[in-house]
Design a binder for this molecule. Structure first.
Ligand code: HEC
Ligand code: HEC
Ligand code: HEC
Ligand code: HEC
Ligand code: HEC
Ligand code: HEC
Length: 498
């Protein structure tokens, strides 16, 4: 008897859950994103002149779409599986891999290769995204309205090749994450146009100098003296040149590297200076405490400050309390005009041009960067009609405005004091002013005119041909100095008394 041929019960064909419209759409998105990513990477590597937005597209937007595509594929498969399970409950819908099945083996190879390629691309992508989000381009150019002033100033300075994040973030994962969270807040504020104008300085969350500045600069290696010459022109008809040549006693942290002490005394690890400031910009300092290793702390205070600051209000002095604008200083109109005159870009032959150019820059009512050139030209033309050298003077003055004054962001020398010095801002005289005394009446050491620097020569350039090694008494060109006034009481970076 013939056995009836075994009826092969039809094994329900396993249908891939990925075969559905949603996953299909996801796949198209992912493939599209992958191709765009490849193209953008190629553009990023080949284009010389970098467009700041290219980076955003390449390393943030395209990978975002790629991931979204993969997400949609998985979501489609999940929906499909749920649907199938509801409508055909008898069938096992568990994902199962059976290596005896050729189809499964083939799928596994395809999947494995795909996953490896994807991981390699995402590793490369994340690395690039990390670099991009740390780049100067990202910080300075993408948020070009808010950070534009700092970016413009930065390009003119000696840290122009040091990335913003070297000072603003530094190394270490914790600070990276903190900076990204902070940065996201800033980006949202930027996109919704709710950022501060001017952006507040000092940055309270700035990392201590030991983790940033001191990764490149070693206090041990500081030099002895620095010789600097300041070229000025007086605000008189003849634009009389006036120079000061100073020998600054910068000092060092190690006797082996030249004179010990000096200005960098503050950074000697054996000394700790803490202070309390009453204003946001740290310009008013009524209370200072100095701790020398192995000695009792010494407190200096001004006569009108009777309180006692709490520990949380104190700041430990570091590099940034003097070098507070190492990378993006907004120089004063006075200094920039003098510099342009010294270089011959503005002719000192134009009578009174020093004063007039500074006045043109600081005239009332320039509210936007766009209107500045016309206003400056109008101001100077009204004064000089068609004097020779005027067009060059106008062009240079306009240029000075464009690199140092940013009305939209209220970013210029008025809102960002420079603490290195004492002429136009209180600077060193915030503490070294003879007004801070201990309970026993001792003043802050180093507050006389000879401790920080000596004047080697001063006056017209001819007066500088002989230098005085012992140091000259300062011959103030604006008349005798009143000891009751500090320099910044009169000097404000523009025309005195204005
Ligand atoms: C050499 C170090 C350094 C570099 C490089 C640097 N900064 Fe700064 N930045 C500082 C310091 C110091 C401050 C002031 C902090 C303080 O006073 O507490 C500051 C402050 C700022 C502020 C607050 C507003 C202001 O102007 O004070 C902004 C915005 C800023 N930096 C943006 C940038 C951008 C954008 C770049 C890159 C183009 C950059 N910085 C590069 C050190 C640096
Ligand atoms: C990534 C390395 C790096 C970091 C971080 C760094 N600098 Fe510099 N710094 C440099 C380089 C490079 C120069 C330029 C040297 C030259 O041109 O001779 C320089 C120059 C300087 C100068 C002399 C030139 C000038 O502008 O007067 C000062 C002062 C200075 N840095 C202070 C600082 C301070 C303060 C910080 C921290 C807020 C800092 N630097 C962070 C690398 C760095
Ligand atoms: C008490 C204020 C003060 C402190 C604090 C201070 N500096 Fe200075 N530093 C100066 C002055 C003033 C100069 C003189 C040169 C100048 O005017 O640029 C100078 C010069 C320098 C120079 C050489 C500049 C050049 O033109 O060659 C470097 C680099 C420097 N400082 C880095 C640092 C670093 C890094 C720190 C923190 C460890 C620091 N300084 C702390 C005041 C200070
Ligand atoms: C926050 C307050 C503060 C600021 C700002 C400050 N200093 Fe000092 N400085 C001190 C104190 C406090 C001492 C130690 C004085 C003492 O022990 O009597 C000191 C000491 C010094 C010394 C050493 C004096 C000596 O006996 O050898 C020099 C030089 C000096 N400062 C220069 C500067 C210069 C330059 C600046 C500005 C770029 C400056 N300081 C800014 C507080 C300050
Ligand atoms: C606590 C340190 C310190 C003391 C005290 C001090 N200076 Fe200065 N002085 C500086 C520094 C720092 C600079 C800026 C140097 C630079 O960066 O070129 C400076 C700059 C100057 C300049 C050049 C300004 C310019 O723009 O041409 C003159 C002039 C000057 N000081 C005179 C004096 C006189 C006068 C006294 C006494 C009343 C005095 N200084 C006391 C630290 C000091
Ligand atoms: C009573 C106000 C007053 C005080 C205080 C004062 N100056 Fe002057 N200073 C003037 C005047 C006015 C001029 C002449 C301005 C001109 O012709 O451009 C001048 C000119 C100068 C110049 C040359 C021109 C320029 O624009 O830079 C220097 C440098 C200078 N002063 C440094 C100082 C220093 C440093 C101190 C503090 C030790 C100081 N001044 C304190 C009023 C003052």
């Amino acid at each position: 008897m013939n056995e009836p041929a075994p009826i092969s019960t039809p094994v329900p064909r396993r249908r891939s859950h990925f075969k559905n419209w949603i996953s299909f759409a996801g796949a198209i998105l992912a493939i599209g994103a992958l191709f765009s990513f490849a193209l953008l990477v190629w553009m990023d590597f080949t284009s010389g002149d970098k467009n700041p937005y290219l980076g955003i597209l390449t390393y943030i937007v395209a990978p975002g779409f790629l991931l979204a595509g993969f997400g949609i594929i998985l979501f489609g498969a999940w929906l499909h599986r749920r649907h199938a399970r509801r409508h055909a409950p008898g069938i096992s819908h568990f994902w199962s891999i059976d290596l005896d099945r050729p189809r499964d083996r083939r799928n596994l190879v395809i999947f494995g290769t795909g996953a490896t390629v994807f991981f390699l691309i995402s590793a490369f992508g994340s690395y690039q995204t990390y670099h991009y989000s740390e780049s100067t381009q990202f910080c300075g150019q993408v948020c070009h309205v808010s950070m534009g002033p700092e970016f413009t100033a930065y390009q003119r300075m000696s840290h122009a090749n040091v990335a913003c994040t070297e000072c603003h973030v530094g190394g270490g994962a914790g600070w990276y994450v903190k900076a990204k969270i902070n940065g996201t807040h800033q980006l949202i504020a930027y996109l919704t146009d709710r950022f501060e104008r001017p952006i507040k300085a000092p940055v309270k969350s700035m990392r201590p100098a030991r983790d940033t500045c001191m990764k490149c600069h070693w206090p041990d290696k500081f030099q002895g003296n620095i010789d600097v010459t300041h070229q000025h022109f007086l605000s008189d008809k003849k634009n009389t040149p006036y120079q000061v040549r100073l020998l600054l006693h910068v000092g060092g942290g190690k006797p082996a590297n030249g004179p010990f002490g000096g200005i960098h005394w503050h950074m000697n690890l054996d000394n700790k200076v803490e202070y309390y400031a009453t204003d946001g910009q740290r310009q008013q300092i009524p209370w200072i405490r100095v701790t020398h290793k192995g000695e009792e702390p010494r407190v200096f205070r001004t006569a009108d400050f009777l309180g006692e600051p709490s520990a949380g209000q104190l700041r430990v002095m570091d590099c940034m309390d003097c070098h507070n604008r190492p990378a993006h200083v907004f120089p004063t109109p006075n200094n920039l005009v003098e510099q342009a005159m010294a270089l011959g870009h503005i002719s000192p032959q134009l009578p009174n041009i020093k004063r007039a150019a500074v006045q043109a820059l600081t005239q009332e009512g320039i509210r936007t960067t766009a209107e500045a050139p016309a206003r400056i030209a109008g101001f100077l033309r009204a004064r000089y009609k068609d004097a020779p050298g005027l067009p060059a003077a106008i062009a240079e003055t306009q240029k000075i405005f464009s690199v140092s004054m940013f009305p939209e962001m209220k970013a210029d020398w008025r809102n960002y004091p420079v603490n290195l010095g004492h002429k136009d801002y209180p600077g060193c005289f915030r503490c070294h002013d003879d007004k801070h005394v201990t309970a026993t009446g001792r003043k802050v050491a180093g507050s006389d005119c000879q401790t920080c620097h000596i004047i080697l020569g001063q006056g017209k350039s001819t007066d500088l041909s002989t230098l005085d090694p012992k140091g000259l008494e300062f011959a103030h060109p604006g008349g005798e100095l009143d000891p009751e006034l500090t320099c910044a009481d009169c000097h404000n970076g523009a025309i005195q008394g204005k």
